[in-house]
Design a protein around this ligand. Structure first.
Ligand code: 4AD
Ligand code: MG
Length: 431
């Protein structure tokens, strides 16, 4: 059993016996002096073996090692200003636990660079690189911070089915699956189920969940399997209550990221805004038009408009994050609460020109909901299980879905495939 991670071995441990384990990152053989650089989750530690000091058995063990093999090493800590972190280990015993084959499919030391496809094909090895594992450590930390925030605000974690019988976000983007003798689909959102929870008395819920989206896009910001934080909350006054929660949640997550030591490895600096701008859909159209982009009223923002909006918000308002509020009803799904005849109580959250969240107030009146289902030419029969939950006491409610992959990509200015362990897209199904 390892007694220390590399990061815990400090000059203050000088003279102490320790056990470290990890992967053989590099071996530098200078004849009578051999350096083994061991890598573990926390970083690197230098193992120094010298003829005359180190047992000859240990020296020959080092000669036998292949790069990326897993080893366990017992030794003594020695202060050494010339070694990385000012410390090294003089080995007493090297135990080869798992031998790595060679040649390696990827160079973990990055002396030879690899393209993204090769990296994703060998993702287990790609993630051995400290600057890649840093992405996923950071991802874990901002999720922890998000969970903590939701817990503090009374949200209960739930899990809704991922095998479903009908669509929630419009019918075209579902993956059909065979479910015994019937057709079923992979869930594109927990939408209908999280709303049904509002009829149960569990009036604040969240789910960190996978969405399956069957669109055939091939972009740096779309995947076919995505991860999101979905929430739903009841007894709201309007969508403003939901926006306030999302604002605090996102700022909490970004603040957490801004403190993470991983930013050093990633060579990033993150500024945390105090608050997030809110801008009306109609004003977005005006802003876009000022920059020679004409978007017809009633249409959703296309990629070009989103990018342009991100640029304008940055350059003219100094904001990387902004809510677009009051979208036309025509751009939003059937469950969205109307605001007057033509608008809706909905919002999107943009981050540097990419939508990272959508949400709003929902319809809680079953008659209006049925009307809207019909308006979208959806079959009410498919929604009976959902409509039923609205007929026996349903409070006003709302929520949002916040894409975690999108948050990560915008936070670190990376394409979406870099921030997902095993991305699923039009062409990639393994690993
Ligand atoms: O905007 P979307 O489709 O909204 C919903 O699913 C609603 N049910 C949310 C709600 O509570 N009203 O998806 C929510 C978020 C998007 O803003 C985006 O961040 C992410 O999920 N997302 C994707 N990310 C990457 N690739 C895709 N194909 C995505 N589809 C959605
Ligand atoms: Mg959306």
């Amino acid at each position: 059993m390892r007694s220390h991670y590399s990061g815990e071995i400090s000059p203050e441990l000088d003279g102490k016996s320790v056990t470290v384990s990890g992967w053989v990152h590099e071996i530098r053989d200078l004849g009578r002096l051999k350096f083994l650089i061991l890598r573990d989750r926390e970083g690197f530690i230098q193992i120094t073996a010298k003829e005359g000091i180190t047992r000859s058995e240990v020296l020959s063990d080092i000669d036998q090692l292949s790069k990326e093999s897993v080893v366990e090493i017992d030794g003594r800590v020695k202060k050494n200003e010339k070694a990385p972190n000012g410390v090294e280990i003089i080995p007493d015993r090297i135990n080869l636990i798992s031998r790595s084959e060679s040649p390696l499919p990827l160079d973990v030391t990055q002396k030879v660079s690899s393209d993204l496809d090769t990296r994703l094909n060998n993702r287990f090895m790609d993630i051995r690189k400290p600057e890649i594992s840093a992405i996923f450590k950071l991802r874990g930390k901002i999720l922890d911070a998000g969970r903590e925030f939701l817990k503090e605000n009374g949200f209960i974690e739930i899990h809704t089915p991922k095998i479903i019988a009908s669509a929630s976000e419009g019918g075209t983007e579902l993956f059909p699956i065979s479910y015994f003798d019937r057709e079923a689909f992979l869930a594109q959102s927990p939408q209908l189920y999280k709303q049904m929870m509002m009829a149960t008395g569990l009036d604040r819920v969240y789910e960190i969940t996978t969405y399956f989206r069957a669109e055939e896009h091939d972009t740096r910001r779309h995947l076919n399997e995505v991860t999101a934080i979905d929430i739903e909350m009841a007894f709201i006054k309007d969508e403003g209550d939901v926006i306030n929660i999302l604002e605090k949640l996102v700022l909490t997550m970004i603040k957490e990221a801004s403190h993470c030591k991983e930013l050093d490895i990633l060579k990033r600096e993150i500024k945390v805004p105090e608050k997030i701008e809110r801008i009306e859909y109609d004003d977005v159209l005006k802003l876009l038009e000022e920059h020679r982009k004409k978007l017809p009223w009633g249409e959703d923002l296309d990629t070009e408009s989103e990018k342009l909006l991100g640029r304008v918000m940055r350059e003219e308002f100094g904001s990387d994050l902004y809510f677009v509020i009051h979208f036309p009803l025509s751009t939003k799904p059937f469950y969205t609460m109307p605001e007057g005849e033509r608008y809706s109580r909905s919002f999107d959250l943009g981050y540097k020109g990419v939508e990272i969240a959508s949400g709003g107030q929902r319809i809680h009146d079953p008659k209006l909901l049925l009307e809207r289902i019909k308006h979208f030419n959806l079959d009410p029969k498919n929604f009976e299980f959902y409509l039923k939950a609205f007929r026996y006491g349903m409070p006003p409610h709302g929520g949002f879905g916040l894409g975690i992959d999108r948050v990560m990509m915008q936070l670190l200015d990376l394409p979406i495939r870099e921030v997902v362990l095993f991305p699923r897209d039009r062409h990639r199904l393994t690993p």
